[in-house]
Structures are given as structure tokens and as C-alpha cells.
Design a protein around this ligand. Structure first.
Ligand code: HEC
Length: 197
């Protein structure tokens, strides 16, 4: 959804001028604003319609009646801007774009959070055996896990929890596998990937 909002970039100093035009003895009220008015800036030359086209706004109308005729007095106002002041701009606010940016930021924050979580869990629970970057080969049986795909990481870990994977020292690894959640594994995977570039 788009809204059109007018904003003044810098305060606009507005001056207004006022003028009074009149027309007497009018019979047909419906066409009064097309008739040439006397007085003020109308000067017998301009109708109220002409004045409106020239940025005058009706500020007040006074009507008096005499027999079947009417006398009209129009008070007209015009806003004039000082030359030095900046113009008012029309700004389109694109809420779709704002929403998109917010969503992107949210995703970015989520990514950053999972890297942080991955780092915390890896350092606390895995690093002592697998090395700062997952480059070590604990007990000389484990492969270096720094190049593991997420699928391989999940498969081997689940292999330990289900007692279906063992290169000789599964008994060492199983307790850690049992405690690790899928989400932690994904975060660990992202963390290892980020520090092994
Ligand atoms: C106390 C040491 C130790 C800790 C802590 C440890 N591991 Fe292990 N890890 C091992 C050993 C030993 C093996 C090899 C087990 C075997 O023989 O199958 C292994 C194997 C693995 C494997 C399979 C590697 C392969 O060769 O297929 C993965 C993946 C793994 N660990 C991930 C982790 C993660 C993730 C953590 C932290 C949550 C962790 N480990 C914590 C010792 C450890």
C-alpha cells in the first residue's frame, strides 16, 4: 500500500494575501462564479472561476438580497511563498519496500544468532576433541569434521545416537551425540563453515 505524504523539507514561510471582490444585481445564482467581478484584484476583469484558476481560494462569501436580485461579496485568499524557502516535496512512502528491508534484517539477525549459538555450543562441547576449527582427528579414528556437509554431520551424529555408526571409539562420541539437537548441529555446521573459509 502506498501513501502520499507531503512533507516540508525545511519550514516554509507562507504569506497570504487577501482581496475582496463584489458583484451586484445578480439574478442567476448558479452562474455567479463565471461573471466578472468588481473591486479588489478582480478589477472588473476576472470572474471567481478565473481567480480560482489563479490560485485564489474562497475564504468567505457574503450574500444580500434586494427584491429578486442578489449582491455578492467574495473574500479571497492566496498563499504566496517566499522565493528563498524550499519547496514542499511529495514523498512516496513504499511500505512494501520497508517491509522487505525489515524482513531481510530479521533474516540477517537470525543468521548472526545461529552463528553465535553454533560457536558457543561448538566451543563448549566439541572443540576440546575436534580442535578449534574441527580440523583434528580425535583418537585417530574420527575424520576431521570441518569439511563435513550438514547431511554427513547429521547422519554420523544420528548414527552414534542409534548405535549404528562406529569407527572404534563411538563410546567416546556417543554421549555428545545424544545431547546435541538438530538445531545445534545446523548452527555448528554454519559456524564451522564460517571459520573454515
Ligand atoms: C571427548 C572427545 C569428543 C568430544 C567432546 C566430541 N567428539 Fe565427536 N568424536 C570423537 C571421537 C573419538 C570420534 C570418533 C568416534 C568413532 O570412532 O566413531 C568422534 C566422531 C565424531 C563425528 C564423526 C566423524 C567421522 O569420522 O565420521 C562427528 C561428526 C563428531 N564427532 C562431531 C562432534 C560434535 C558436533 C561434537 C560436539 C557436540 C563432538 N563431536 C564432541 C570425540 C569427541
Amino acid at each position: 500500500m502506498k501513501y502520499l505524504i507531503s512533507t516540508a523539507l525545511v519550514s516554509t514561510i507562507a504569506f497570504s494575501s487577501t482581496t475582496m471582490c463584489y458583484k451586484n444585481n445578480i439574478k442567476d445564482i448558479s452562474t455567479v462564479e463565471t461573471k466578472k467581478f468588481d473591486g479588489g484584484e478582480c478589477m472588473g476583469k476576472y470572474s471567481i472561476d478565473d481567480m480560482k484558476n489563479n490560485s485564489w481560494n474562497i475564504s468567505d462569501i457574503k450574500i444580500s438580497q434586494k427584491d429578486d436580485k442578489y449582491n455578492f461579496i467574495y473574500i479571497l485568499k492566496k498563499q504566496t511563498k517566499s522565493i528563498a524557502t524550499p519547496t514542499v516535496v511529495n514523498q512516496k512512502i513504499d511500505y512494501n519496500k520497508i517491509n522487505k528491508t525489515l524482513k531481510e534484517n530479521k533474516l540477517k539477525n537470525k543468521e548472526i544468532q545461529s552463528l553465535k549459538d553454533g560457536k558457543r555450543v561448538y566451543i563448549n562441547k566439541c572443540q576440546s576433541c575436534h580442535g578449534a576449527k574441527g580440523e583434528q582427528t580425535p583418537y585417530n579414528t574420527s575424520a576431521a569434521i570441518n569439511k563435513f556437509s550438514l547431511d554427513k554431520l547429521k547422519d554420523t551424529i544420528r548414527g552414534y545416537t542409534m548405535d549404528s555408526y562406529n569407527n572404534g571409539f563411538a563410546i567416546i562420541m556417543k554421549p555428545y551425540a545424544d545431547l546435541i539437537s538438530d538445531e545445534d548441529l545446523e548452527n555448528i555446521y554454519k559456524y564451522l563453515k564460517s571459520i573454515n573459509k
